[in-house]
Every structure is written in structure tokens, then in C-alpha cells.
Design a protein around this ligand. Sequence first.
Ligand code: NAP
Length: 291
Amino acid sequence: MIRLSGTEVAKKLEFRLREQVVALRERGCVPTLAVILVGDDSSSLSYVRSKLNSAERLGIRTRNLEFPAAATQGEVAACVAELNRAAEVHGILCQMPLPPQIDPDAIVQGIEPLKDVDGLTAASMGQLALGNPRFVPCTPAGILELLRHYELPVAGRVAVVIGRSNIVGRPLSILLSQRDWNATVMLCHSKSPHLAEWTRQADLVAAAVGIPEFVKGDMVREGAIVVDVGINRVPDPARPKGYRLCGDVAYEEVAPKCLAITPVPGGVGPMTVAMLMENTVKAARLQLALA
Ligand code: NAP
């Protein structure tokens, strides 16, 4: 069984990106990422912190825009509009989830497509669906980079993606079905009956559900590749923080059957952050070419 270490592969990616950042800085362009955070959700704070830390390690400049949980749609939209206009900002990211009074789709669709480093605007999604992506959403991009790094067999195989969110499942299913990957793909969700019948036939199962240990040992066939996207906090009084992180896959049951599997933590998570950095460098390069 191969344990797919996102931590290790992300480190290699960071090494490559650092050189690209140096080259851009030598040309007078400091790649800059703006991160908008609304409220003080502790998971969001921790994701934003790891993104800002990674940027700092690479020499990417950051602008951290923090709003109270009571911020209005207008305030956040005005911030996005200001960042769209700011020539020195290359990438804009709005950390999800947003408080209920704010429509996340309206905020995301307000981001200038050339700065859409999360790959979630209609322009980015359209380009991805047409097979010519500019910015691929970071989590699917990270998953594919992991599969590529470990040279895992995907072409001609059956892939089942569980979860159809715009940020993970749907773009991952589209990408796996395209000519670069050539998988035969099924996209499952909460209204998919007999899910285990499909996952048991899959050569690759990717779980992006948000339910701890949703994928059990008897849902996966021998020799499968399993990608666990889930990051769930499970109460654990024995831990200093009072919780532990748990994926969407019952790792202990599933791993022994697998050709390869991602752990949680240390699998998809670090790859997501690395791909955000890659998209930011790409955005800086694109905007430099247009300047
Ligand atoms: P999401 O927007 O809540 O989507 C969850 C998906 O799972 C939905 O499509 C939902 O179906 C489906 N689902 C829910 N219950 C199901 C069931 N019983 N059977 C089959 N499908 C079911 O979540 P997300 O943003 O994609 O995130 C999923 C997980 O990945 C979360 O744990 C999140 O924290 C994690 N995540 C990790 C990273 C990373 O970097 N590692 C990045 C993003 C997210 P419906 O559409 O029918 O509701």
C-alpha cells in the first residue's frame, strides 16, 4: 500500500515555486495574494493561517483582510472590488464559509477572473469544463498533482467521486474525465442510491463528503486508489484541543485493501495549499505579461 504523502509532495512543489517567485521578483513583480476572512470560525482561521504561512515561506506577499462576523454583503463586495482594481494584487481568495447574511456566490462571482486563484468564478469553471483551464480549483488540482507524482494508473479506469461541490467534487470529476486523465467517471451525491455498489466497482474512489469515516472497508475493492478529501473535527477529550482531525474514509479498514491512499492529515490538505501558491504565481505571471 502506498501512502500518498501530500506533505512531501507539497514540499517539492514549494521548492520549485520559490525559484519562480525569485524570478518574478527579479523582474520587479512581487506575487501578492489577498485573503478575505469574515468572522472567526476556528477551522477557517486555521486554513487561512496555513495559507499565509506557506505564502511567507515562498516569498509571496499577502494582504490579510479580516471582517467581523456581522459584516455586510456590501462591505465584503466593496473589498473585492477594491482588490480587483489594485494592480499590485495578483490573487484574491475569499475563505469559505461566509456568515449566512452574505451570499457566497455573489462574492465569488465578483472576483476578477484573472485574479481568481481559487478557480471558482464562472469564467474559470467554464474554461475548465471546456478543457482549457486557466485556474483549476486548488483541491482537485492538488489531488491530480499527487496522482501524477506517484504515477498512479488512472487512464481507462473507473473513478467514483463522492460529493458534487463546486470547490472539490464537481471539478475533480470533470478533470478526471478529460483527455489528460481519461478516466470513466461517476459523480455521486446524497441522492445517489446504492452508493456502495458503485464504489466497489471503482479503481479510484475520491471522497469529498464531509462525514467522518463515511467510506468503510466494505465499500472499496482490493487494489483501489482512495483519495480522502475530508477534514472533519471529531471531539476527542484526550487531545489538547479537544478534537482530532478525521477524514471521510475509515482509514484503518480501507488502507489495507488499497493500492494507494491519502492520509488525513498530511494528504490532500497540504496539496491544496501548495496549488493555491501555484495559482498565485501563475496569476502574477499572467498579469505581468498583460502589463
Ligand atoms: P460540501 O459542499 O458540503 O459537499 C458535500 C457533498 O457530499 C455534497 O455534494 C453532498 O451531496 C455529498 N453528500 C453528503 N452526504 C452524502 C451521502 N450520505 N452520500 C453521498 N454523498 C453525500 O463539502 P465540500 O466543500 O466538498 O467538502 C467536503 C469535505 O472535504 C469536507 O470535510 C471539507 O472539510 C473537506 N475539504 C477538504 C479540503 C482539503 O484541502 N483537504 C478542501 C475542501 C474541502 P448533495 O450535493 O446532494 O448535498
